[in-house]
Design a protein around this ligand. Sequence first.
Ligand code: FES
Length: 131
Amino acid sequence: MSFVEVAKTREIPAGRMMHFEVNGKEVLLANVAGEFYATSDRCPHANARLSMGKLDGTTLICPLHFARFDISTGELLAGPAEMQMGDMSKLPPEFVQTMSRMGEIIAKIEAYDLRVYPVKIRGEKILVNVL
Ligand code: FES
């Protein structure tokens, strides 16, 4: 597989991310201060679409359980956060029982490094090799 054009540099402003599908793979393309990075757009924890998350410099934060990745290397920086639920007094007890343990249950799902793809810039074209 070789590099394919996915976007123009002007389409992704600094600090932004976009979702693409390239050869059947979901790809996240991000612009971090003029450097472009491409990764899988599925979180290696529980499959959330990462381009719906947040970018803080080269730190990518998953929108679902807030795992953090270095978008330049794919390294997992911090696993999913354990979350607390709010007032659940009006919900069925079985549901409350499960939901009250949801943070603990989610935190036990292993998260792994994120797959990254090589990026080339040719003029205004952004090319990605999804391997
Ligand atoms: S799906 Fe991304 S941290 Fe859980």
